[in-house]
Design a protein around this ligand. Structure first.
Ligand code: HEM
Length: 118
């Protein structure tokens, strides 16, 4: 009788530990949140904040056209945040419309990350 009581207590303790372990695993990593946020299409940046995303020192390269912010980080022709004398992290609406050979047609190929705000 004593032995079976001990076995029961041990089993209960084991179940409690197993449950605690499950809870632990479901915790979200708070450090993952900012990275996900910066990739969100709902990003809202001022011109000043956009200037941080210039593609230099491992930062993402974003450009704004007509109030929409596009991600050019993965575009080989925008390597290092530079493209035909232009630098990422800026509103290039005038430049793309008046000085580029392709115009705004290339924008449909780019991921939208957010919009420019005042
Ligand atoms: C917001 C500004 C700009 C954006 C987002 C942009 C984006 C792009 C992208 C995504 C490509 C690659 C196209 C592909 O491989 O299919 C490209 C190519 C190119 N861009 Fe730009 N560009 C911009 C401004 C300019 C400017 C100002 C110039 C020149 C003064 C320029 C000249 C070129 C040239 C010569 C190519 C290669 C030819 C081509 O693929 O059409 N771009 N650009």
């Amino acid at each position: 009788m004593k032995t079976s009581f001990r076995v029961l207590v041990l089993l209960l303790a084991f179940t409690a530990v197993a449950f605690a372990g499950c809870k632990e695993e479901k915790k979200t990593d708070p450090q993952a949140a900012p990275a996900q946020l910066s990739q969100s299409p709902g990003l809202e940046l001022t011109v000043e904040q956009l200037s941080q995303y210039n593609g230099q020192d491992g930062r993402p390269a974003y450009v704004a056209v007509d109030g929409i912010i596009y991600d050019v980080t993965a575009v080989p022709k925008w390597a290092g945040g530079k493209h035909m004398g232009n630098t990422a992290g800026q509103d290039l609406t005038e430049v793309i419309k008046t000085k580029s050979p392709h115009g705004t047609s290339v924008l449909s190929k780019l991921p939208v990350v957010g919009k420019l705000i005042q």
